[in-house]
Design a protein around this ligand. Structure first.
Ligand SMILES: [Zn+2]
Length: 354
C-alpha cells in the first residue's frame, strides 16, 4: 500500500487467534468416536468461556465448536486437508508474497465448509469484541505516522474517540475463513476503500491466477503516475481527456489500482469537471507564482510547474498529494507549449488570443 502500517503486537485481541490455533492443533488426530470436550481441546481460559451456559443451554460458541468438531472427526483421512487449509490461510505474509500456494474454502471437504464459515464468522463478529478490539484500535491509531488511509491516500481514518474504524479482511473471510480473526489479516481501512470499493475483492487472485500483492503491515509501494496520453483541460474548461498510467507496471500495482478503483476515483473525484479540484489546483499554482516576475519564458514557467508539484512530495500520501505532485511535475515537463503559454500570459497579465 502507499504507506506501511505499524503492527500493534501486545494486545488481548491476538489471544483469540491463539486459542483457535490451539484447538485446531489439539483436534488434529481425533478419532470418529471422540467427543468434543472443552477441557481436553481448548486452553483453560477459553474452555471456561465456552463451558458457560446461558439460561441452562450451551452458549453459541460451544455449539459451533462442537458442530465443527463433529464434522471434522468424520472426515477420516481428509482431516489433513482442513488442518493444512488452516495453516496455509494463516500464512498471510507468504500468501501476499506468493511463496505459499493459495487455498480457499472451496479446497476443503464440502461436508465441513458450512461449519467452518459459521464458526469463524461468529468468532469475528461476536467474539473479537470480548478481546478488546476497541483498545487495539486506539493503540493502532496512536502508533501510526499519520491518520491517512494508506490504501488510497485520499481519506482519513476515524479518530479512536469517535468510532473504531472498519477493519478489513485483507484476505476476505468468505474465501479464507480460517484467517478471519488473524490480526495479520485484519487492517483498519478508510470507509470508502473498505465498503465502497474493495468489498470482498481478493488481493492475491486476479480471477485466473495467484498474484503477488502488497500487505500494508509489511510493505509499501512507491507509485508514480504518468499522464502521457492525457489531453489537459485548460483553466476554467472541462474539455480534456484524462489517461493515467501507474508505474511500475507490475502485478502489485495493477491489483492495488483495480481493487481500490484508484484510477476512476482520481479522475471522477479530483480531475474531471469544471468545478474539479484540478481546476482549484491551477488557481493555487497561480497563487504560488503570483509574486514571480521572472517567468518570461516557457522554460521558466515549466520549471515553476515542476517546483509547484515537487512541494507535494513532502507529504506524498496525504490528501492525494501523489496525484498533485506527479500531475504538476508532468505538466511542467510535458504539457503542450500552448498550455504553458496560456499560464505565462496570465502570470504576466498579457491578454493574448490563443
Ligand atoms: Zn482509503
Amino acid at each position: 500500500m502507499l504507506q506501511k502500517y505499524s503492527f500493534v503486537r501486545t494486545q488481548d485481541v491476538h489471544k483469540l487467534q491463539r486459542e483457535i490455533s490451539t484447538f485446531i492443533h489439539l483436534i488434529r488426530h481425533v478419532k470418529s468416536t471422540d467427543v468434543f470436550d472443552p477441557d481436553v481441546y481448548l486452553n483453560p481460559d477459553f474452555a471456561t468461556k465456552v463451558k458457560r451456559r446461558h439460561k441452562g443451554a450451551p452458549v453459541k460458541i460451544f455449539t459451533l465448536l462442537n458442530d465443527f468438531f463433529n464434522k471434522y472427526k468424520a472426515l477420516g483421512v481428509r482431516k489433513v486437508k482442513v488442518f493444512n487449509a488452516f495453516v496455509r490461510m494463516n500464512d498471510v505474509q507468504n500468501l501476499f508474497d506468493k511463496r505459499t500456494v493459495r487455498i480457499t474454502i472451496d479446497n476443503i471437504p464440502p461436508q465441513i465448509q458450512k461449519e467452518t464459515l459459521d464458526l469463524f464468522y461468529f468468532l469475528y463478529e461476536n467474539t473479537l469484541t470480548d478481546y478488546n478490539i476497541h483498545k487495539h484500535y486506539e493503540d493502532f491509531y496512536t502508533a501510526q505516522g499519520n491518520n491517512w488511509c494508506p490504501f488510497c491516500g485520499m481519506e482519513k481514518l476515524l479518530h479512536f474517540t469517535h468510532q473504531k474504524q472498519d477493519y478489513d479482511h485483507l484476505l476476505p473471510k468468505s474465501k479464507y475463513p480460517f484467517a478471519a480473526i488473524n490480526m495479520r489479516n485484519l487492517a483498519p481501512m478508510g470507509h470508502n476503500c473498505n465498503s465502497v470499493y474493495k468489498k470482498t475483492k481478493d488481493l492475491i487472485w486476479d480471477d485466473k491466477k495467484q498474484i503477488k500483492a502488497v500487505n500494508p503491515y509489511n510493505k509499501k509501494i512507491n507509485v508514480k503516475l504518468d499522464f502521457t496520453n492525457t489531453t489537459l483541460p485548460k483553466r476554467g474548461d472541462d474539455k480534456g481527456v484524462w489517461d493515467i498510467k501507474f508505474l511500475p507496471d507490475c502485478d502489485e500495482v495493477k491489483r492495488w489500482k483495480f481493487v481500490y478503483c484508484i484510477s476512476d476515483r482520481i479522475v471522477k473525484d479530483y480531475l474531471a469537471g469544471k468545478a474539479s479540484d484540478y481546476q482549484s489546483w491551477l488557481d493555487l499554482y497561480l497563487g504560488f507564482v503570483q509574486s514571480r516576475t521572472d517567468l518570461k519564458t516557457l522554460k521558466q514557467v515549466r520549471t515553476s510547474f515542476i517546483d509547484f508539484g515537487s512541494q507535494f512530495d513532502n507529504h506524498r500520501y496525504r490528501e492525494c498529494n501523489y496525484l498533485k505532485a506527479d500531475l504538476f511535475k508532468w505538466i511542467g515537463s510535458n504539457a503542450p507549449d500552448i498550455f504553458i503559454k496560456s499560464f505565462m500570459d496570465t502570470i504576466n497579465n498579457v491578454k493574448v488570443k490563443l
